[in-house]
Unconditional design. Structure first.
Lengths: 257, 178
């Protein structure tokens, strides 16, 4: 340790690969730190050696100076920061690549370079893309997974489906039931009109539920499309007025009514 | 006349070594044309070197094998070792969705495309296209849909003589009972 500079002035004239612990124990330790931060070349300082020297001093002191520990931590942090700042000025992509290389290789020993112009001649080993072929057992597992997913999906669809039995008037295969209902509604409309009553959509409902409204509306639309009734709505969301269609408007297939 | 290996040695590079390195590095199968360019050999010389390499790899102490498909070559881990080492390379050369669709086709080949889509959803159309590109699946028009079946490349890839082994599965779903 006797080769290390004994005061701040000596820092300017000599190579200082290590921050002497002794310098940080003096009252002017901040000057030392400032010199390293702003005047010296951080790349000349080995943080590793500095830490080692500090460790030796601590051993001698039996670790009873926490203030000195704090100073050393701060000094090392400042030097590392200064080194990092130096790196930052380099081209960003280069910096990223180098950082990646250093991380990959676990290489942090830049203080070992003999010259500041030293550029390490590193060759990145080419790695194979880690994609592999598929085994038969994986094909079999994939099949099980595909079927399980399908069954789960199917189960969900079944749960979401409407309970059976309700005919919305959309299933034309079930036309026979629907036809009966159309007949019934048509008779009801005709009967009410024959008694001189005005037929409103709301008065055709019994339960007044959403389902019933939808069913009745579908039936009315079918009757209208067949030219047997006319539906009129004076303004949006108002009640629908139902009238019998004129003879000439009626579809020819309704002659059996 | 010099052997291809000798010819390679005279220029300081063994064609077999170049081929092995190329196949090791490449994530995709390497075409015969690319190998011709890499080695500078003519076609018959290259085929001899490939055969030689394939024989070398057949030895028990080798864990890889040479795999040829559609005129391209790749190195594969031997099937009987794959299950032991596959955790080291978790990425398969096919996405999970595509693999599932392939499995549905394989276990039921030939199968209507419509049935596969019913099982796998609409994404299956895209999967089937990818499988066709890899030559694992072929299709024939069958009415308004297509009849899908696996190809010889599929059998080669999974080292199957036929689909019978796959069909022995006990839990074959009733969806395909027809």
């Amino acid at each position: 340790m006797e080769d290390y500079p004994q005061n701040v002035r000596e820092l300017e004239t000599e190579k200082n690969p290590v921050v002497a612990t002794d310098l940080l124990s003096r009252p002017e330790w901040r000057e030392v730190l400032d010199w390293y931060a702003y005047s010296g070349d951080p790349w000349e300082v080995s943080v590793r050696e500095t830490a080692r020297g500090f460790q030796e001093t601590l051993d001698e002191m039996e670790g009873d100076n926490l203030e000195l520990s704090g100073r050393m931590v701060l000094t090392c942090a400042v030097i590392l920061r200064a080194k990092a700042e130096g790196l930052k000025q380099e081209d960003e992509s280069e910096e990223m690549e180098e950082a990646g290389e250093e991380l990959d290789e676990g290489f942090w020993g830049y203080e070992e370079f003999d010259s500041e112009n030293y550029v390490p001649d590193l060759e990145v080993p080419l790695k194979r893309m880690q994609e592999r072929t598929i085994s038969r057992s994986e094909l079999s597992q994939a099949f099980d997974s595909a079927i399980n997913v399908h069954r789960r999906r199917k189960g969900r669809h079944e749960e979401e489906e409407e309970p059976e039995g309700r005919d919305w008037g959309m299933e034309l295969e079930e036309e026979s039931n629907f036809r009966v209902r159309l007949q019934r509604l048509y008779r009801k409309v005709k009967e009410k009109l024959s008694r001189g009553k005005e037929v409103l959509f709301s008065r055709l409902l019994n339960e007044n539920t959403k389902e019933e409204k939808f069913e009745k509306f579908m039936e009315l639309l079918h009757l209208q499309s067949e030219g047997r009734v006319k539906c009129r709505q004076e303004e949006p969301f108002s009640d629908i007025k139902v009238e019998l269609a004129e003879e000439k408007d009626q579809a020819p297939n309704n002659s059996n009514e | 006349m010099n052997s291809p290996e000798d010819q390679g040695r005279s220029s300081g590079k063994s064609p077999k070594a170049i081929i092995e390195a190329a196949l090791f590095l490449s994530s995709e199968p390497v075409s015969l044309g690319e190998l011709l360019d890499l080695t500078g050999l003519n076609r018959s010389q290259l085929e001899r070197v490939l055969e030689d390499l394939s024989k070398d790899l057949e030895a028990n102490h080798r864990g890889l094998e040479l795999y040829k498909s559609q005129g391209s070559y790749r190195l594969k881990v031997k099937r009987d070792i794959l299950d032991r080492v596959k955790h080291l390379a978790p990425h398969q050369d096919m996405s999970r969705g595509v693999l599932r669709t392939l499995s549905v086709i394989a276990y039921n080949s030939p199968v209507l495309q419509k049935e596969v889509v019913d099982i796998r959803g609409n994404g299956a159309y895209d999967h089937i296209d990818k499988l066709r590109e890899r030559n694992f699946v072929k299709s024939e028009q069958e009415g308004r849909t297509k009849l899908l079946s696996v190809t010889q490349s599929f059998l080669d890839y999974f080292e199957l003589d036929s689909l019978e082994d796959l069909r022995k599965k006990e839990n074959a779903p009733e969806e395909f009972s027809s």
